[in-house]
Structure formats: structure tokens, C-alpha cells
Design a protein around this ligand. Structure first.
Ligand code: NAD
Length: 248
């Protein structure tokens, strides 16, 4: 299927590796010019090299609203505009209520909520003016089904989801769609950090019987950015091999 994305310009945050990198790869395969960001210069340039000449590396830390805004501004300058925004960041540290100090909440909120708000603030108004835009936020299955050991993620991403839903309604009439994808368990460094290397054990907990492939996840993001997906907005869609157990 031709997704109609050739020539579009995308900013994909936190894309040195993992789901962000796979998303950048999938968009480039559809003919999109992509700006990626990361915090480590060497890892970032290695990622850009792997992605090829359609990738523009931008050194930025989206863990602060200022860093997140700066990434989008630099992407707009480098690409001549941004039609597609993929918000993403690392995940906050694990922990439950008793072991998580108060100040950790603000850092998590900056990383997983305020970064999303800041990137949308920087990118969406120009999309509205042009009458076309796509925002895809990478959040987590914790939005639907909180994980007991991830209180920071559960808390911050709930706020991001409320923000995205409200934004979707406000800009839908301007040709801009806003959706989020909720990863379950995918084969990345994040999963390795949280669950160790025994992915067979993780796979046994998932109805699909396997850990998710980041490449498949990236392809799904590309589809949500397509012309064909233009009537899908305000959705928060699990990509989780059936891990979410609720009916709706
Ligand atoms: P990852 O940790 O494997 O990769 C994240 C990438 O972002 C790395 O390249 C890292 O260097 C970069 N990064 C981290 N913090 C950054 C920052 N402040 N500024 C710029 N770059 C930054 O994570 P992932 O598995 O690719 O997941 C992406 C997001 O999805 C994370 O928020 C994660 O918590 C969430 N998530 C992942 C899974 C999963 O199974 N992989 C499941 C649920 C949610």
C-alpha cells in the first residue's frame, strides 16, 4: 500500500535506538525526511548513519520542556517544516509508592508529559496553518493497565493521554490527527533494563506468546501517519500482543 507520505517531513524524538529508531526507519522507508534526536552525540550520529541520508541528527534532551521545544524548532529549521511529529522519550525509573520520592514525580512529568506538551506546542500550530499534520505519541500500555512497579510512568502518561485527547478534538477540523500508541513489551533496551534478558519469560505472559518487534511497531506508526489513516484521531491504541486484558 502506498501510504502517501513521500516528501513529508517528520521529527521523531528519542530515536537513537528502540521504538523511536524503528519509527524513523519506517518513515524513511516511506520517503519521509526525518529529524531524530538523542542526548549522546556518538550514539546519535551512529543512528543517523544507520538510517541514511534522509536522517538529520539533532542533539537534544527532551527531558525538559526547553529541550523538547528546541528539538522541534531545530527540526523545523533543518527540514523547512515538520508535517509529522512523533513524541517519545525514555521511560522513568521503576518503583512503587513507598520507594518513590516526591521529587521523582516532577522529573517523570517533565520527561513523559511536559515533553509531549512542549513538542506539540512547537509543531502543531504550523500544521494547522498548512491544513495537514500528524502527531503520534509513544506512551505505554500503563495508560490502560497500570503496572504496579511503574508508578511514575502510570502517573505521567495518564496526564499525557488527557492532553492528547483534548488536543485531538481541538485540531481535528484543521486536518491534524493526534493519536497515541501504547506499547506493551517490545524488544528494546528499556525492556532489557526493566525485565533483564530473559525475554522468553516475558513472552510467556503475553497472549501472542512473543515479545514485540520494534520494526512492526515503527510500521504501525507510519500507517497512522498515512493519508489512509486521516480519519483516525483521538485514539489511544495498544500495540501489545493482547497484553491489555480489558474489553474496551
Ligand atoms: P529505550 O529506552 O530502549 O530507548 C529510548 C531511546 O531514547 C534511547 O535511544 C535513549 O537514549 C533515548 N532517550 C532517552 N531519554 C531521552 C531524552 N530525555 N532525550 C532524548 N533522547 C532520550 O526505550 P524504548 O523501548 O524505545 O521505548 C520508548 C518509549 O516507550 C519509552 O518512554 C518507554 O518507556 C515506552 N515503552 C516502551 C515499552 C517497551 O516494551 N519497549 C513498553 C512500554 C512503554
Amino acid at each position: 500500500m502506498n501510504l502517501g507520505l513521500a516528501g513529508r517531513r517528520a521529527a521523531v524524538a528519542a530515536a537513537s535506538s528502540g521504538l523511536g529508531f524503528a519509527t524513523a526507519q519506517a518513515l524513511i522507508a516511506e520517503g519521509v525526511k526525518v529529524a531524530i534526536c538523542g542526548r549522546d552525540r556518538d550514539r546519535l550520529s551512529l543512528a543517523a548513519k544507520r538510517l541514511g541520508s534522509e536522517a538529520t541528527p539533532i542533539l537534544a534532551d527532551v527531558g525538559t520542556p526547553e529541550g523538547a521545544t528546541a528539538f522541534v524548532r531545530e527540526a523545523q529549521d533543518a527540514l523547512g517544516g515538520v508535517d509529522i511529529l512523533v513524541t517519545n522519550a525514555g521511560g522513568p525509573p521503576p518503583g512503587g509508592f513507598a520507594g518513590t520520592p516526591l521529587d521523582a514525580y516532577q522529573s517523570a512529568i517533565d520527561l513523559n508529559l511536559m515533553s509531549t506538551v512542549a513538542m506539540c506546542k512547537a509543531a502543531v500550530p504550523a500544521m494547522q496553518e498548512r491544513g495537514w499534520g500528524r502527531v503520534v505519541a509513544i506512551t505505554s500500555i500503563t495508560v490502560r493497565q497500570p503496572i504496579p512497579t511503574l508508578i511514575l510512568s502510570n502517573t505521567a502518561r495518564a496526564g499525557a493521554t488527557g492532553f492528547l485527547k483534548t488536543l485531538a478534538m481541538e485540531v481535528a477540523g484543521d486536518g491534524v490527527t493526534v493519536n497515541s500508541l501504547l506499547p506493551g513489551f517490545h524488544a528494546t533496551e528499556r525492556l532489557r533494563t526493566l525485565r533483564g534478558g530473559d525475554w522468553d519469560k516475558v513472552a510467556n505472559e503475553i497472549p501472542a506468546g512473543k515479545v514485540g518487534d520494534p520494526g512492526d511497531f515503527g510500521a504501525f506508526v507510519a500507517f497512522l501517519c498515512s493519508e489512509q489513516a486521516g480519519y483516525v484521531t483521538g485514539s489511544a491504541i495498544p500495540v501489545d500482543g493482547g497484553e491489555y486484558r480489558g474489553m474496551l
